[in-house]
Design a protein around this ligand. Structure first.
Ligand SMILES: Cc1ncc(COP(=O)(O)O)c(C=O)c1O
Length: 481
């Protein structure tokens, strides 16, 4: 018989070291090949090998400043020692995890700690991902109000499961998956008249909104969220703040709605909640909403999922709150964010394609737009005709290659680059960011130049990729006929 004892198993770190050079081939063979093609095309296949705090290290040992933080999960930084200790402690303590016919002590503690930040809410429902929190909010609000309707905004992003996708404001995510949930009404963000029209039917259970939209880093107009909450109250609709990206200190306050003095009926948290280590999400809400769902003993498990409230997730959540408080990271996010907004905004008058810098705390969008000068205009329009939003890649790729900064474009076809770093970044990191953006944006304003040569290469890739997809579709349709 094969010896499967612990001693004979290679440690995970040793296994990682041995197999990491094969990662792209393994993914091409067994997972998402398109992702590998993207990485190879844009030269991001650098084999990241280590992460600590706000930094990543590639196989050659180069240090990168991570302004993506795993789509916002590493609020306290990667591999924070307090998070690691908490998780090791759970494993070493042989806790009675997931008994299911008992209640979890650690979940009680985390719920208590979270509600202390949001004292007008009374109850917490835990789940395992952002989308699952959104699915739960849909069910809680429908059952609490007895209404079917859900209102969401253009460009909203609430996750990609079927219910959450029904509230997605971008065709690129929805196409091919419809029909989705019925009774979902899309309105423009920042449009109170449209919201009032939608709510006036009195058939709407919830208005679900990101206080600052992640796709595009779109800011609410002053007074918008407060007036929207008031309209919801007047029409018997629940006001649900999706703070999955903006919450846990990201914007320099525990919740982004605090900037506008809004008290939602429900708040959704995930991402930074577990310090990035264990999938987790939480729905915080008013007591009557919770009690409508769990209203009788025979309905005590009418909604839930197996791994929610698991000890590792709960411990990671508690440790994250400890770190946020002890290291005053929410205050740091506010301070660093203000500095970055000021320095990046100061670049606008120097660069005609730089249009706007906006955000709160460490959620920052840098928007570009079509130039006026003749030489740049021609190059911009060739690029944008090939693929809308391609210009931003001319900024992010050199930032990565030449300045070792990892950041993302804020959505498909978007002209906005989003910064979403860990809350632990410091003055030196901010200098690094400001200097790198200044240099790369300056390069993008020189035609001809290295950046526009990169543009030509990207156009070639975009055209080939489109032709390949067309060929696949026509192969597929001929196979069906
Ligand atoms: C505002 C918001 N809601 C929901 C989600 C979905 O979270 P998850 O990817 O964990 O399902 C995201 C993810 O980016 C998000 O930003």
């Amino acid at each position: 018989m094969t010896d499967l004892s612990l001693q004979s198993m290679p440690g995970i770190a040793a296994m990682f070291a041995e197999r990491e050079p094969d990662r792209y081939d393994m993914h091409s063979r067994h997972l998402n090949e398109q992702m590998v093609r993207v990485l190879r095309t844009i030269g991001y296949d650098v084999r990241f090998s280590r992460g600590t705090g706000q930094y990543l290290f590639d196989a050659a040992g180069s240090r990168y400043l991570d302004l993506l933080s795993g789509f916002g999960v590493f609020g306290v930084g990667r591999n924070h020692p307090a998070l690691r200790d908490a998780l090791k402690n759970v494993l070493d303590s042989e806790l009675p995890n997931l008994v299911q016919l008992d209640v979890s002590t650690l979940a009680g503690i985390l719920a208590e700690r979270l509600l202390a930040y949001v004292p007008y809410l009374d109850k917490v429902f835990f789940a395992s991902s952002g989308a699952e929190a959104v699915e739960s909010a849909i069910k809680f609000s429908r059952t609490a109000t007895g209404r079917p309707g859900l209102v969401f905004c253009d460009h909203a992003y609430h996750g990609l499961t079927n219910g959450a996708l029904s509230l997605n404001g971008d065709a690129v995510f929805r196409d091919g998956f419809e029909p989705l949930l019925p009774d979902c009404i899309r309105i423009p963000f920042n449009d109170l008249a449209a919201l009032e029209r939608a709510l006036s039917s009195r058939k709407v259970a919830a208005f679900i909104v990101e206080p600052i939209q992640g796709k595009g880093v779109n800011m609410p107009a002053d007074g918008y969220l407060q007036a929207a909450a008031e309209l919801c109250r007047r029409h018997g609709t629940l006001f649900v703040a999706d703070e999955i990206q903006t919450g846990m200190g990201r914007t320099g306050r525990f919740l982004a709605v605090e900037h506008w003095n809004v008290e939602p009926d429900m708040v959704l948290l995930s991402k930074a909640l577990s310090g990035g280590h264990v999938p987790v999400s939480a729905v915080l809400m008013r007591r009557p909403i919770f009690e409508k769902m769990f209203d009788r003993m025979d309905r005590a498990v009418v909604h839930g999922s197996t791994f929610a409230k698991n000890d590792l997730a709960m411990a990671a959540g508690i440790a994250t709150l400890d770190v946020l408080e002890r290291e005053r990271l929410i205050e740091n996010a506010a301070r660093m964010g203000e500095w970055l907004l000021r320095e990046l905004t100061a670049l606008i008058p120097h660069y005609e394609m730089m249009r706007d810098v906006r955000g709160k705390g460490l959620m920052i969008g840098i928007e570009f737009g079509a130039p006026d000068s003749f030489a740049l205009k021609a190059s911009w329009s060739v690029l944008e005709t090939a693929n809308k939003g391609l210009f931003c890649q001319l900024i992010t790729i050199p930032l990565f290659k030449e300045h070792k900064i990892l950041c993302q474009v804020a959505g498909h076809g978007s002209h906005t680059i989003k910064l979403l770093p860990a809350f632990v970044i410091n003055d030196k990191d901010c200098d690094w960011i400001a200097r790198a953006f200044d240099e790369v944006i300056a390069g993008s304003h020189r035609v001809p130049g290295a950046i526009w040569s990169l543009g030509k290469t990207l156009i070639g890739h975009a055209t080939r990729s489109r032709n390949r997809a067309k060929a696949l579709v026509s192969q597929d349709t001929s196979a069906n006929t």
